[in-house]
Design a protein around this ligand. Structure first.
Ligand code: IPM
Ligand code: MN
Length: 356
C-alpha cells in the first residue's frame, strides 16, 4: 500500500505561489515513481489575504494545520503591510504554536553555482545550521515604557530555558551523528559578553556532549563565525546556535551557497508538525514574471521528505536539483537563469521520472 501524506500548502504572497507550484510539480513526479501519495490542501493566508479580509490568521485556520503531516510555505510578506505584522502574526505564530523548535538550514554549494568566495568550491561549502526557533530574542519578552517621551525605555529580553536549549543542542548532536560527515558540532555563541544566556548554552552543550563521544565539539563566538564562514567555510560541519544569531548567520551562509534562490529551510518539531519554506522573501518586483528561481522551494520539499523519513525520495529530488544546477541553469539569480521558473521545475521533474 502506498504511503499517504497530507500536506498543508500556504502559497502566500508575491512569488510564493510560483515557486510552491514547482515544488509540488516535483513532489508529484516523486509520488509517481516512489509510490507515495500526497494530498495537497491550499490555505490562503498572507499579506494579500490580510489586505482583502482584514484577517491575519484565524484561530480556526491555525488549528486546522494540526490535521496535516507537514506544512509547505511559499513566502509571506507585502510591501503595503507594516513590518512585523505578518511576520509575528503568521510565521512566528505558526512556529511557536506548533512548537517548531528547530530551524534547519542546510548550506551546500552545488556544482555549477557561483559563490562570492574567491577560490572556494563545492568541496569547501557543505554544512548545516541548527537554529533554535522558539526562544531567545524572538520570545517577545519586554516592552516599552514612556513611549514617545524623552524618558522612553525599550527592553527586549532574550529568553533561554534549560529545556529549550537542551532539546535544540540534543537535536544538533543527533543530526550531526546521522549526517555522518565530519562529525563535528560547533556551538556559536557570545560567551565573552552574554555571560548569562550563553553560560547556559555552553554548560548544556558540554554536558550533552558527554553522551556523544563520537562527535568532536568546537566553540566560536558569533562574530568570529561570520569571519570564518567567509575565510574557511570548510571548517564547519554542523553549527548550533540561538534564534537571533541563527537568523543572522544563515543569511550570510545563504549568500556563500549561491544566494536566496537556493536557500532552503525547515521549521521542525521532531515530535509534531513541521513547516518547510524557501528562505527568500516574496520578491514583489519579480512577481508573476516566471523568472524567479524555484530551486530553494524545491529543496525545501526535499527537506520535507527527509524529515518525514522518505530518504530515498528526498535523494531523488536532490539528484534533480544537482542536475539542473550543473547542466541547465545559467545563473541562479532571478531573471538570469536562461530559463523560466516553470522550466526549472520541469527539468527536475523529468530527472525524477527518468531516474526514480
Ligand atoms: C527567517 C526570517 C524570519 C525570521 C522573519 C521573516 C520573521 O528572516 O526565517 O529567517 O527572522 O526568523
Ligand atoms: Mn532570517
Amino acid at each position: 500500500m502506498s504511503k499517504s501524506y497530507k500536506i498543508a500548502v500556504i502559497p502566500g504572497d508575491g512569488t510564493g505561489p510560483e515557486v510552491v507550484a514547482e515544488g509540488i510539480k516535483t513532489l508529484e513526479a516523486v509520488s509517481e515513481k516512489r509510490g507515495l501519495d500526497f494530498q495537497f490542501t491550499r490555505f490562503e493566508i498572507g499579506g494579500e489575504h490580510y489586505k482583502k479580509t482584514g484577517e491575519i490568521l484565524s484561530d480556526e485556520t491555525l488549528e486546522a494545520f494540526a490535521g496535516y503531516d507537514a506544512m509547505y510555505l511559499g513566502a509571506i510578506g507585502h510591501p503595503d503591510v507594516k513590518p512585523g505584522v505578518l511576520e509575528k502574526g503568521i510565521l512566528l505564530k505558526l512556529r511557536f504554536h506548533y512548537d517548531q523548535y528547530i530551524n534547519l538550514r542546510p548550506i551546500k554549494l552545488y556544482e555549477g553555482v557561483e559563490t562570492p568566495l574567491k577560490d572556494k568550491g563545492p568541496a569547501d561549502i557543505d554544512f548545516v545550521v541548527v537554529r533554535e526557533n522558539t526562544e531567545g530574542l524572538y520570545a517577545g519578552a519586554g516592552g516599552i515604557l514612556k513611549k514617545g517621551t524623552p524618558d522612553e525605555v525599550a527592553v527586549q529580553e532574550s529568553i533561554n530555558t534549560r529545556k529549550g536549549v537542551e532539546r535544540c543542542i540534543r537535536f544538533a548532536f543527533e543530526y550531526c551523528r546521522k549526517r555522518n560527515k565530519e562529525k563535528k558540532l560547533t556551538l556559536c555563541g557570545k560567551t565573552n559578553v552574554l555571560t548569562y544566556a550563553f553560560d547556559l548554552w555552553e554548560r548544556t552543550f558540554y554536558e550533552v556532549a558527554e553522551e556523544y563521544p563520537d562527535i568532536t565539539t568546537d566553540y566560536a563566538h558569533v562574530d568570529a563565525i561570520c569571519m570564518w564562514m567567509v575565510k574557511n567555510p570548510d571548517w564547519f560541519d554542523v553549527i548550533v546556535t540561538d534564534n537571533m544569531f541563527g537568523d543572522i548567520i544563515t543569511d550570510l551562509a545563504a549568500m556563500i551557497q549561491g544566494g536566496m534562490g537556493i536557500a532552503a529551510g525547515g521549521n521542525i518539531n521532531p515530535e509534531g508538525i513541521s513547516m518547510f519554506e524557501p528562505i527568500g522573501g516574496s520578491a514583489p518586483k519579480y512577481t508573476g514574471k516566471g523568472i524567479i528561481n524555484p530551486v530553494a522551494a524545491i529543496s525545501s520539499a526535499q527537506l520535507m521528505l527527509e524529515t518525514l523519513g522518505e530518504t530515498e525520495a528526498a535523494a531523488l529530488i536532490e539528484g534533480g536539483v544537482i542536475k539542473v544546477l550543473r547542466d541547465d541553469i545559467q545563473n541562479v539569480a532571478a531573471g538570469r537563469m536562461g530559463m523560466s521558473t516553470g522550466e526549472v521545475g520541469d527539468r527536475v521533474a523529468d530527472y525524477i521520472r527518468q531516474n526514480g
